[in-house]
Ligand binder design. Sequence first.
Ligand code: OGA
Ligand code: MN
Length: 230
Amino acid sequence: MKLLLTALKHTRKPTVYIGRRCCSSPSSSSRGLPSLQDEVIVGSSLELVQTLGSQVQVRPGFISEEEEAALLQELEPGLRKKRYEFDHWDDAIHGYRETERLRWGPVCEEILNRVRSVAFPQGGPLLGPVHVLDLDKAGYIKPHVDSVKFCGSTIAGLSLLSDSIMRLVKDDAPNEWLDLLLTRRSLYILRDQARYNFSHEILKDEESVFNGQRVPRQRRISVICRNLPG
Ligand code: OGA
Ligand code: MN
């Protein structure tokens, strides 16, 4: 797994985008930007929200408070032994510690099986270990695309401890973007174009605003399942 982690890190080169969000569309509703899925996804245009919408899902409240506690109980002892990394300026992630876990206790295994069953086609090959990323309150993830060499078409992540905003920006058209409101205990799924043709990032606390509304960012742990390239 060391190889995979190194490769993932290596491909997390920040992409710099200038001039995104240049102009709000005149067709935006009075409540703000075009949105979908009960206001957990907003975007630069209704068309983008509708077309990309099938490849992006946010499911608020996917796990219960008890399930969140069970995941934390299993993860905290290992995470606590690590230090948050802040000083690698060229890293795509700032203020984080991470781990991978292959074997889980029965409660957590059941949760992960639920994630797998909604996010991935049955029987498809999955990346064995689950990736756990612990972002400090001051941490954030810069725009990147996950390694196409090591990860397949689908990324599914649970968010623990904090709400946050994931921003997707189109590679060759930086004014095309979606913001996802990843509420605490939600599941998000990125597939196909949303995974390959858009960068994704997790906004830092100071920039954490969803559809005009401030969303304070606390420490956040994500539990991410991926499949293997086909
Ligand atoms: C990653 C990533 C998103 C998240 O680790 O590649 O994009 O939800 N993580 O933590
Ligand atoms: Mn990623």
